[in-house]
Design a protein around this ligand. Structure first.
Ligand SMILES: [Zn+2]
Length: 428
């Protein structure tokens, strides 16, 4: 537990780790004078309490300076020269970063894909999904340290990193037998539809899913952004993993060449199947590495299908160092309570691991899908701007997920236009 608490305090210090020894997490008043700021523990981590229903935050949440706190009292007091934060911002941070809510509810609040649903999660029920409140705790702690006379540097209001990511679920729509026959069948009454299907057979760039040149053109407008493509390499699959694309085929090689020339990064898009058969992650990673001729260290699950927090152990043992899965499919916002990259803390044993989690800011279908947020293009754009402003304010990371298939005029809805506007905003 000690190392998890130390890691959380350092994370909250957001670049001011030289002040680590100035912050205490203790209820022992005799020790207070040793520190500039003390955070009062609420008992969350006590044995006999941790992991039980007693650790569920009670709604409505109390607020300290307008920020919801999950545990402790919404007060700041003084003892001598020491400032005491009575809100347990260490346990509140841990609760969000470690997905503790999902950990103590391993079977509740799941959708048809076994995913924890955002709409009934604590951040939604307590109405703070749009705010990275862990980053607000950071500011609170830094202000207290400053008030106690410490020299503090507040993070700049700027994006720390921008990841423009794209999951390649479909490489092409029509350039394989099943897709071609399906395309013919669906377009049997449409001359232009039939022409589109046939044209794609003759030229890769004519296929409606092969929007990669356009994506690269857009992404390149954001100076300093990194384009990341997550590629599928399922070894065994569930029906939701189809269609496969041939990792040894010409079309795939063409794409990889294009992405390499454009200095894109590659990640594993681990299969739907692998989320319940975790031993497959390593096999999929090996298969992809062989085909690309490079080491892969980034992951995102297909369908954002991370089922239990402890599944992340398997990513670590497969050699993954960075995961980009953590957003809710059904609602955009800060699933981890932070906009910053953070090490995964295993809620089973409070171990701080070497796996870095990059919070997913927004995914295309979350906004447009009728069962998810069901927003118009304007509403979606406004929501995204709201999230981006929060990220910028806290010097966090932007992680966007727009699939290559949604940029087709035929079946992409408003996403081509929406993405163009998001890129314009980020390029400012
Ligand atoms: Zn996918």
């Amino acid at each position: 537990m000690e190392s998890a608490v130390k890691y959380i305090i350092d994370f909250l210090l957001n670049g001011n780790t030289q002040l680590s020894s100035h912050v205490g997490y203790t209820a022992n008043a005799a020790e207070f004078a040793t520190y500039s700021v003390v955070i009062a523990p609420s008992g969350f981590f006590d044995s006999g309490t941790y992991g039980t229903a007693a650790t569920e935050p009670q709604l409505p949440l109390k607020e300290l300076d307008g920020t919801p706190i999950l545990f402790g009292a919404p007060e700041i007091t003084r003892k001598g020269d020491t400032i005491v934060i009575q809100a347990d911002i260490v346990a509140s941070t841990f609760f969000l970063l470690a997905r503790y809510e999902e950990f103590i509810h391993p079977a509740d609040n799941r959708d048809a894909h076994g995913r924890y649903m955002g709409k009934n999660s604590l951040p939604c029920r307590a109405n703070f999904i749009n705010r990275p409140i862990v980053d607000e705790y950071s500011n609170l702690l830094l202000k207290c340290l400053s008030d106690a006379g410490c020299t503090v540097s507040f993070p700049p209001a700027a994006y720390k990193n921008i990841y423009l990511t794209h999951d390649v679920d479909f490489l092409t729509n029509y350039r394989h037998l099943r897709g071609f026959l399906g395309g013919i069948k669906r377009n049997i009454l449409s001359i232009s539809g039939l022409r589109r299907v046939v044209k794609s057979v003759f030229k890769l760039e004519n296929d409606t899913a092969y929007t990669f040149p356009w994506i690269l053109e857009q992404d390149s407008k954001v100076i300093g952004a990194q384009s990341v493509f997550f590629l599928k390499s399922a070894v065994a699959q569930a029906s939701s993993d189809y269609p496969n694309y041939n990792l040894k085929g010409k079309d795939f090689k063409n794409l990889v060449q294009l992405l390499k020339v454009n200095k894109c990064q590659f990640g594993l898009h681990s299969s739907y199947y692998s989320a319940n058969h975790l031993e497959y992650i390593e096999l999929e990673k090996q298969k992809l590495e062989q085909c690309l001729g490079m080491t892969i260290t980034a992951n995102r699950w297909h369908f954002l299908r991370t089922l239990q927090p402890s599944d992340y152990k398997e990513l670590l043992s497969a050699g993954i160092t960075d995961d980009f899965t953590l957003g809710y499919a059904d609602v955009a916002g800060f699933r981890l309570g932070t906009s910053r990259a953070v090490r995964w803390i295993n809620p089973e044993n409070l171990e701080v691991t070497d796996l870095t989690l990059h919070p997913l800011t927004a995914m295309d279908c979350t906004f447009s899908n009728q069962e998810y947020m069901n927003l118009t293009e304007n509403e979606a754009f406004e929501k995204i701007i709201e999230l981006l402003n929060q990220i910028k304010k806290h010097n966090g990371e932007v992680v966007l997920l727009w699939h290559n298939t949604v940029f087709s005029k035929i079946d992409g809805g408003y996403h081509k236009s929406l993405y163009t506007n998001i890129i314009k905003e980020l390029a400012k």
